[in-house]
Design a protein around this ligand. Sequence first.
Ligand code: HAS
Length: 563
Amino acid sequence: MRKQKQKPTEKFTAKTPGVLKVNEKDARLVMAHMYVAFLALFLGGAAGLLQVLVRSGLFELPAPFGYYQILTIHGVLLALIFTTFFIMGFQAASVSRTSGALSTKQRIIGWIGFWMMTIGTIMASIMILTNQASVLYTFYAPLQAHWIFYLGLALVVVGSWIDSLGHCLRWEQWRKEHPHQTSPLMSYMAVCNSLLWFVATLGVAIEVVFFLLPWSLGFIERVNVLLTRTLFWYFGHALVYFWLLPAYMIWYCVIPKIIGGKIFSDGLARLSFIMFVLFSIPVGLHHQLTEPGIDSFSKYIQVVLTMMVVIPSLITAFSMLATFEMRGRELGAKGLFGWLRKLPWKDARFFAPFVGMLAFVPGGAGGIINASFQMNQVVHNTIWVTGHFHLTLATTVILTLFGASYWLIPHLTGRTFTSSLNVLGIIQTVCWAIGMAIMSFGMHFEGLTGAPRRSTFSDYGGAEIAKTWASYQLAEAVGGTLLFIGIVLFLYISVKLIWFAPKGEQDFPIAEVAPQAERTPPILENFKVWIVVLTALILIAYTFPIYSIIENSPLGSKGFKLW
Ligand code: HAS
């Protein structure tokens, strides 16, 4: 008998019987985060479009806007605001779905965090829009922004601590209600990411509260530039894993379900997350390998630790390939790569994250090049680095979050991801992938010839080398334009999923663990042990460089406003 073809609409909305749903009140909290995130995505994306056009020499910004102001809007709104709001909302949904509804107290905590972050975002955005904080998303001293900008960012950080506290409390409650059981994987992962975030943001909190804020208020005249930058990077590299881990939550827990398979190993997934908690933070000096005020041995230690933080990504690559292959073979795939043909290529919920995974192969390899002490001398402060993070953050992570929105948003709003929206989702992914391939590879190759990053258009006084950059910059403008079209398409799909798609029930897919997987070692759930190890690693990596920076610190610098 011929098997009946499944209608796409059913396929994309299929419900798993007996699964938990995100509680309705929690859904409202999550959606509030999504509204801010999507607004930030639109404004930040528009700033990105202007930027590539200006940088290619095709367009001049009308007064009073300046290139570095637009660059700050782009970086702050996309890298800091869009990501933090999306991730906090996504974590709340994941915990509510896998551990059960938040209690009233936990939900109130979530709302307090959300409003603090929103007020902070408004304060920082007003300062950037009125050109009082064109200091880029890394806000390095001695560039000095208005104090309201720093206070706004501090509120975003403290708000996110409060927000994620609610997620951790819900996980803790589940553990008390289910003694001696392994906690739900997705909630556990959300707790790992919250812990990583809390410990990492301590660095930037100290930088802002004790240095930049009093300095911009005029309470202190000078700041130690190297110390503040080191505190920033203590936070800054872990920040990239705070972005990456929600994508890995989706890869490990959701993608296997979408393809009809199982999680390869719960224990391996938890091990990779614990390794991220341990090794994400004591590696910030690899952003400062060319910094003259830090000794080579401290840099060497952190380069070694950076290679450790590559391992959990390799574990993840292995786990994903194993999941795909297991499922493919179950469906009768033959040969070494026959399983590839069995994957659901026409399902945007799978296709978008998969393209993200593919981008992480060159993106991750580029990271290893950056982290290699000598090779960093070639690429540091060139536009290669910008190419690197557009592959990792703006493709691997963002495409995964886009793909997740296609089931998460309708799940929360009580609508369905129809087959026509699915087709749009595939087109959106293709548009993004082509745009990013053109833009990011242009940036990588341009960077290898020494083109600087964080710089507006210049012909560098007619220098020969600058002439060779023109074609790359044109390619970046073409790629960047496609990316903006991708953002508009994604937001169009999201608006449909929020307000206009047909009402119905959309599944929040969560996979089960493969029956042949090993038992999860209980030690992986014992955060006390991991916090002790993490503290020891941070002390080993940072005690000497921080001591040495303070001991040998020069007078410090007054603030500069170069815009
Ligand atoms: Fe990075 C700079 C090193 C990962 C983001 N990085 C940046 C900046 C950002 C950023 C934003 O060591 C710029 C900051 C600034 O403004 O100055 N990065 C690394 C290393 C990794 C890495 C070692 N970065 C990321 C991720 C990011 C991100 C992830 C965002 C989400 N990065 C650096 C360094 C610098 C840097 C230096 C400073 C450069 C400088 O001089 O300024 C690693 O974590 C990468 C490990 C990843 C892998 C890939 C594993 C592959 C997987 C895909 C599996 C595929 C499948 C599908 C299953 C080893 C998991 C396959 C299917 C088939 C059919 C084949």
